[in-house]
Write a protein that binds this ligand. Sequence first.
Ligand code: GDP
Ligand code: MG
Length: 165
Amino acid sequence: KLPVVAVVGRPNVGKSTFFNRVLGERIAIVEDRPGVTRDRNFARTEWNGREFYLVDTGGMVENSDEPMDRLIRDQVLTAIAEADVLVLMVDGKAGPHPLDFAVAKHLRKINKPSVVLVNKVDNLGHPSATGHHDFWELGLGEPNPVSSLSGKGSGDVLDIIVQHL
Ligand code: GDP
Ligand code: MG
């Protein structure tokens, strides 16, 4: 059975952009698995010869009783429960957000390997690109900068993700 890597995080941080970038470069098979709803995109892919499923989840929505929000939240929690490795994506342009801490707290509790990706660091490699260090506060280890839009850093973060498989 192939390991599952789920990308979680609050809405708009760039989860789907990352998902599409990884698959655009390395896609093997995109498939619908039974019982998987449309907000959770599964795809089979590989990196460095390691095959895995990558899951793009809907955004985390906290403290809302709207039926749709609850549905999305339940699906994200199910995705986390089914995953072997969690990728917590955060927004390096926006900086740490209360919802990031809420998700991080949940991930620390479930005690699975987690990788923090700080997305939207479009100036990666420039001396000014230091804002991702603020995300050490999430308590999930080293924050890894990436720009899913340009693809900068995506190879490095995939190297880190597959190390946990
Ligand atoms: P999701 O809600 O987490 O799936 O986020 P999306 O992938 O839909 O992206 C939300 C917005 O962030 C879109 O407008 C993306 O174009 C933008 N975005 C995603 N990745 C990057 C990035 O690396 N840099 C910048 N500047 N914008 C990004
Ligand atoms: Mg999305």
